[in-house]
Design a protein around this ligand. Sequence first.
Ligand code: IMP
Ligand code: MG
Length: 179
Amino acid sequence: MGNDLKEILVTAEDMDRRLGEMAEQIDRDYAGEELLIVGVLRGAVMVMADLSRKLHTPLEMDWMAVSSYGSGTKTSGVVRILKDLDQDVAGRHVLIVEDIIDSGLTLSWLQANLLGRGAASVKIATALRKPEAAKVDVDVAYVGFDIPDEFVVGYGLDYAEKYRNLPFVGTLQPHVYNN
Ligand code: IMP
Ligand code: MG
């Protein structure tokens, strides 16, 4: 797997430190409240596990799986729910936890959808954000790292379902995509 990597953008130590800072901010912002944190499968598994263990705010964890209809590699913003929440979000403070925000279209839809179900608030936390995300009107309250517009893997992110288990975030050598 080492031969497939080009560059490490975020080390495991950097991610751990940054998630600690984000958790402190989240604890301050939700002081006196209870949270429902919602992980978006499958990429957000690592962030959910690591961020949740740094939070002191009382919380419950739930999961959603969504798929975006799109042509080719670009998401269209039309979303299908593959696995819905087990919890009712009405009246609850929801924090959506994501691995990466690229176009932001999926999250924009998800935020509106959960607000539509009567959530008291719906905020977003993401480990990574790409520049495109700035173009969409989605308010991301907590961002780990802003990264360049490159395809990255690791820390939950995959290429063809591989590399999710890398503890850091990195880019791949061109030969990987040519196989
Ligand atoms: P969007 O923000 O609606 O475009 O969708 C973002 C989703 O696309 C993320 O949750 C990832 O699953 C996937 N994605 C976007 N950029 C990357 C990347 O660089 N590597 C791996 N997956 C990515
Ligand atoms: Mg994802």
